[in-house]
Design a protein around this ligand. Structure first.
Ligand code: HPA
Length: 266
């Protein structure tokens, strides 16, 4: 595809680092991108494959450098289905990263907690998801291998690695199921009761499209949700995006350290 090739040309003219790991940063986590060494920062607006994110807390730049010694491409700023992009627009940058050499991905997000026992500030390693976004990024892809297997989509050995690396973190961690919703309105209390009955532990508005395409590309995948708030009806409080950003800023330093220690061992 021409815009993939044009994007690769621009990236290759700016850095010699060939990333094998990609990291997608969720709301408020752009801090991690600043911890890369030997880094090259390229605004998405300079790269034809990238749309522009409209959500506060997202930086909109591709940062390529080394994280704990590992050649890494950080997507600082992600695209959401609720912004009006198609599933393909959201995930096209991953096809470009695949051409660039990426084989593994850490996908982070902010999510609501479906359980009183998992308060805001807890971190969940995703072991499965429920796609409630009403679409799929493989729709329209005219390739015979579009019927991809989704069992163990979240690489079990990476979940084990993440759990082992989080023994001494300042926050609690656990492993669970992520429900991906269309948004951008938050869920109703009835929807949250439904998701809980279905086995979800956390709810958010991203990640599912990127996981499906990463799986299609046969990458290893680690999904990390920061539980930034109790989902609707789990607590008395009403929801707002500032709470999401506040919780993220509380744990962002510790979470960045954890992610880089995991990255170094991936
Ligand atoms: N619901 C959906 N998306 C979210 C939430 C939530 O409670 N918190 C952060 N992203």
């Amino acid at each position: 595809m021409k815009i993939i090739n044009d994007t690769l040309k621009i990236i290759n003219s700016k850095t010699d680092i060939v990333p094998e790991l990609a990291i997608i940063l969720g709301s408020g986590l752009s801090h991690l991108a600043e911890t890369l060494t030997d880094s090259t920062v390229i605004p998405y607006s300079d790269l034809p494959i990238f749309p522009t994110s409209t959500v506060k807390g997202h930086n909109n730049q591709l940062v390529i450098g080394k994280l704990a010694g590992k050649n890494t491409a950080v997507l600082s700023g992600r695209f959401h289905y609720y912004e009006g992009y198609t599933m393909r627009e959201i995930t096209d940058p991953l096809f470009m990263l695949n051409e660039l050499g990426v084989k593994k991905i850490i996908i982070t997000n902010a999510a609501g907690s479906l359980s009183k026992e998992k308060p805001p500030g807890t971190v969940m390693f995703i072991n499965d998801h429920i796609n409630f976004m009403g679409s799929n990024p493989l729709i329209g892809l005219k390739v015979p291998d579009r019927f991809i297997d989704m069992s163990n989509a979240y690489t079990p050995s990476l979940i084990d690695l993440a759990a082992a690396q989080s023994k001494e973190t300042a926050f609690k961690t656990f492993t669970g199921v992520y429900a991906g919703m269309h948004g951008p309105s938050y869920e109703t209390a009835a929807e949250i009761r439904m998701l809980k009955k279905m086995g979800a532990d956390a709810v958010g508005m991203s990640t599912v499209p990127e996981v499906i395409i990463s799986r299609y590309l046969k990458w290893e995948i680690l999904g990390i949700s920061t539980l930034t708030n109790y989902a609707t009806g789990i607590s008395e409080k009403t929801l707002n995006h500032n709470e999401v950003l506040d919780t993220n800023s509380r744990i962002k330093n510790d979470l960045s350290k954890l992610i880089s220690s995991i990255a170094g061992k991936m």
